[in-house]
Write a protein that binds this ligand. Structure first.
Ligand SMILES: [Ca+2]
Ligand SMILES: [Ca+2]
Length: 221
């Protein structure tokens, strides 16, 4: 074998090796391409799932909001008045009948925390409704704390003499009597009835007594 023959043989070997390397690069590129396709596919699938999940949540929320809005509009269309939870609707007003007992001042303040006030009774119908709901004495929003004998509601309006429901007994005794034997300050706060009963009518009592109470608020219409 001469020198030129050796050169040809080396070139052939080199060419063969280059071809093999090219094949491996091609295989590697194909493999990478396949991986890339799967990776992109995976990301796309994930994106679609996330988008679907997000869209579903938004749809549910929108659906619920639409439902509530429809129900609200339905209530409005029927002219129904709306009261807060635990309030009872009557005559365009909302009433809350407490289950706990407080003194008169605490009761007044508690009603305010509910966005209401101690009940102000303006009519026989309102008196009848409120008394129909109670079986024991309850505070109402009436007092003569500032001036003895001058009874005012919690909105500072005096009692309308034609719309008052003080207890009047057959023996001539009547409320308010500012009885001082229970408390030396007398009786400056009014309730439906008293500890002894008679819940259909008003009676004055010591503001320090603890009673259930009635709150009133305007209905949302
Ligand atoms: Ca009094
Ligand atoms: Ca009394």
């Amino acid at each position: 074998m001469n020198f030129s023959c050796l050169l040809i043989t080396d070139q052939k070997t080199l060419k063969k090796e280059v071809t093999v390397v090219h094949k491996w690069i091609t295989v590697l590129l194909i493999a990478l391409g396949v991986c890339l396709v799967f990776a992109v596919g995976g990301v796309c699938t994930l994106a679609v799932l996330i988008e679907h999940a997000t869209h579903s949540n938004v749809s549910d929320e929108e659906h619920n909001a639409t439902d509530y809005k429809a129900q609200f509009q339905a209530l409005h269309s029927t002219g129904c008045a709306l009261c807060a939870v635990h309030f009872i609707h009557s005559g365009g007003k909302c009433y809350y009948f407490s289950t706990v007992k407080m003194n008169w001042t605490q009761s007044r303040d508690y009603c305010v925390t509910l966005g209401a006030h101690l009940v102000i009774i303006n009519s026989k119908a309102e008196q009848d409704f409120v008394t129909s709901k109670v079986k024991v004495t309850h505070w109402i929003g009436l007092n003569d704390l500032d001036t003895e004998g001058h009874w005012v509601w919690v909105n500072n309006q005096p009692v309308n003499d034609s719309v008052e429901f003080w207890i009047k007994r057959e023996n001539g005794n009547r409320e308010p009597d500012n009885w001082t034997e229970g408390h030396p300050d007398g009786e400056d706060c009014a309730g439906l009835g008293h500890q002894g009963g008679e819940t259909d009518f008003w009676s004055d009592a010591s503001c320090f007594l603890e009673k259930r109470f009635v709150c009133e608020a305007a209905a949302a219409v």
